[in-house]
Design a protein around this ligand. Structure first.
Ligand SMILES: Nc1nc2c(ncn2[C@@H]2O[C@H](COP(=O)(O)OP(=O)(O)O)[C@@H](O)[C@H]2O)c(=O)[nH]1
Ligand SMILES: [Mg+2]
Length: 281
């Protein structure tokens, strides 16, 4: 399955990100726990490497805990700072704040010693739909938004002062997805990080069914009473019939069944699922 991708867009996105990164001291890079590896776009690695970065594996409530932990460990071995959380769980935001203060510790300390009172700046980046806005809201809860009118702050930009001397830009930086592999593109499409309009939902669902048969063979039988390990198209037909998604005349409505299946996955109705494992490439 091919996901459309335009090199020209990538070049522009990189230029914009370069400008944004210049204006902050550190970055919070949000990844989806169901596909942490695919959420990293290597095209941006050089830019991101210019600033201390905290990797937040978000939506941990949707993926098996041990699998997420394996990713966190792998990333840490590779020298990355990682916290694994769910932005929708209130008590998790302070973990991010603590880690953010930690990666900025030296600079914060230097500012304190110099008696400098201005805040360091951080911004949240990541693929679409990984939970950047939700995390920003969780971090800023109850805080007053301040508009920057100092030099170097784009007019209209909102910064929120967090506890501990860091201000957070309240709009997230969205990374465009990479085509580092077809599989990565697929994972991003499964989790809703690729605009659904550029993806063939039925093709996507068939790929997803093949993945489930391989890794989670009980998922479809348990949710829909579908048979195990049949041909993917047959399974999709079974899902359509079990869900009563039939066209006039009685044929299964595969498009609707595909959309229902993908939606069930995204809302965790098939159970906790991880799309890629840390101990294999
Ligand atoms: N289950 C779950 N859903 C989340 C979590 N964080 C965000 N979401 C949901 O994911 C969707 C996308 O979140 P959003 O913050 O808009 O993503 P953004 O595009 O990266 O800004 C929304 O429906 C959120 O409610 C999380 O930790 N767990
Ligand atoms: Mg958003």
């Amino acid at each position: 399955m091919l996901i459309q991708w335009f090199p020209g867009h990538m070049a522009k996105a990189k230029r914009q990100m370069e400008e944004s990164i210049k204006r902050v001291d550190s970055l919070i890079y949000v990844l989806d726990a169901r596909a942490p590896f695919s959420c990293i776009n290597p095209e941006f690695d050089d830019l991101i490497g210019q600033r201390p970065a905290l990797y937040v594996i978000n939506k941990c409530d949707l993926a098996p805990r041990e699998e997420v932990e394996a990713w966190a460990e792998r990333f840490r071995r590779e020298g990355m700072r990682v916290v694994a959380i769910s932005s929708t769980i209130g008590k998790d935001a302070p973990k991010v704040l603590a880690a953010l203060n930690e990666i900025n510790r030296e600079k914060l300390e230097r500012n304190r010693q110099k008696g400098v009172n201005y805040a360091l700046k951080a911004m949240v980046i990541g693929m679409p739909n990984t939970g950047k806005s939700t995390l920003i809201n969780a971090l800023c809860r109850g805080k007053r938004t301040v508009t920057g009118d100092r030099p170097g702050v784009t007019k209209g930009e909102q910064w929120v002062r967090l506890d501990g001397g860091i201000s957070l830009l309240d709009t997230p930086g969205t990374l465009s997805h990479s085509m580092k592999s077809e599989r990565a593109g697929m994972c991003l499409a499964f989790i809703g990080s690729v605009r659904d309009a550029v993806v063939d939902t039925t093709e996507l669902a068939l790929e997803f069914i093949r993945f489930l048969f391989l890794r989670y063979p009980n998922a479809l039988p348990e949710r829909y009473g579908a048979e195990e390990r049949v041909d993917a198209l047959v399974a999709l037909e079974q899902i359509a019939r079990k869900r009563g998604l039939v066209r006039r005349g009685g044929d299964p409505d595969l498009d609707k069944a595909a959309a229902a299946l993908i939606d069930d996955f995204r809302k965790c109705r098939l159970g906790k699922i991880i799309l890629e494992k840390a101990n294999e490439d």
